[in-house]
Design a protein around this ligand. Structure first.
Ligand SMILES: O=C(O)CCC(=O)C(=O)O
Ligand SMILES: [Fe+2]
Length: 327
């Protein structure tokens, strides 16, 4: 499906298209083929705040290498996995078991397990709310660090090409985010969702309804497994069916804060009722943890007063992690 088709057909009617001018501009930039501003044919589908990108330049084997390491780790005995418990880490790096997090306060817990990593060189000279090292399970999964980092680095490089697009779509200078994204404040998770078939508790999903905390999320999801759903502007859950060879881009809270909700965070959830194991890999790319999230002037007016208090990106991410993982 081309972007134009989506703009004309499904999205406008089905998704409500909350941010038409901004998102249309983003689509046009991406279609233009101007090499410094994104590649032609990159965007394959677009809803109000969720997009699918092809031609992202990340080799399939890099993606599958990281997933394979995740699969090997998750197959280890529970007590071995909990040696890397993220709740022992000051900044939530490492392993989180089934039901250890809860993204939707209305629910009882998220039925997935995951392994969380962040930037390897965490610029320890600059202290922030999210300072702290990664946790690596090298003793039990010798290739995990190398292969997971290989995807992390590739996804971060791709993510860096998206910041100028968002800046231009918002009528900001192309380099607006450059000085705010020097330290790679990106958290990545390798996730495993066991199948939920048979009788189930409606308040236990794979991951409950939530928004992501950073500027945008780059999400790889397992092909042929429908689990991810996005809330549209009419408050209906719509399937974000995996499109082979693409990465999903969802908008997160930091962009909502920068734009005073001109960009709205994508509300999403995942439920695996397919009968087979599901794996996914989100990378949440935000601005540096010491940068203040302050609405850009063009998004503030008398009719649209600032909606959010000004806090640093690190304080925002840490507060959300504490609520989700109960620390
Ligand atoms: O697994 C998915 O498709 C979504 C994961 C997610 O929303 C998250 O980790 O924040
Ligand atoms: Fe999410």
């Amino acid at each position: 499906m081309t972007v134009e088709t989506v703009l004309q057909a499904a999205s406008l009617a089905d998704y409500g298209f909350k941010n038409i001018p901004v998102m249309k501009q983003l689509a046009l930039i991406l279609q233009s083929g101007n090499s410094s501003l994104g590649k032609s044919g990159m965007l394959v589908s677009m809803s109000d705040s969720s997009m699918a990108f092809k031609n992202h330049g990340i080799p399939e084997e890099t993606i599958l290498g990281a997933i394979e390491e995740g699969k090997k780790f998750f197959a280890l005995p529970t007590e071995t996995k909990f040696e890397y418990d993220s709740r022992k880490s000051p900044n939530f790096k490492g392993y989180g078991g089934l039901l250890s997090g809860n993204n939707d306060p209305e629910n009882r817990g998220d039925l997935h397990e995951g392994f969380d990593i962040g930037p390897e060189n965490s610029h320890s000279s600059k202290k922030s709310a999210m300072s702290g090292a990664n946790v690596w399970p090298t003793a039990v999964a010798p290739n995990f660090r190398e292969r997971v980092l290989s995807y992390y680095d590739a996804a971060v490089s791709f993510g860096r090409t998206l910041f100028p697009l968002f800046a231009i779509a918002l009528d900001l200078p192309e380099d607006f985010f450059d000085d705010k994204t020097q330290e790679t404040a990106a958290i990545m998770r390798v996730l495993h969702y066991p199948p939920q078939t048979g009788p189930h508790d409606d308040r236990v999903l794979g991951i409950g309804a939530h928004t992501d905390f950073e500027c945008f999320t780059i999400l790889w999801q397992e092909p042929n497994i429908d689990a991810l759903q996005v809330l549209n502007a009419k408050n209906e859950w719509v399937k974000a069916t995996p499109i082979p060879g693409t990465l999903v881009i969802n908008i997160g809270d930091q962009l909502a804060r920068w734009t005073n909700d001109v960009f709205k965070s994508t509300v999403h959830r995942a439920i695996n009722r397919t009968g087979v194991e599901r794996y996914s890999m989100p990378l949440f790319f935000g601005v540096d943890y010491n940068v203040e999230l302050k609405a850009i002037p063009s998004c503030i007016s008398a009719e649209r007063p600032p909606k959010y208090e000004v806090i640093t990106a690190g304080e925002h991410v840490k507060a959300r992690l504490e609520v989700t993982y109960g620390k």
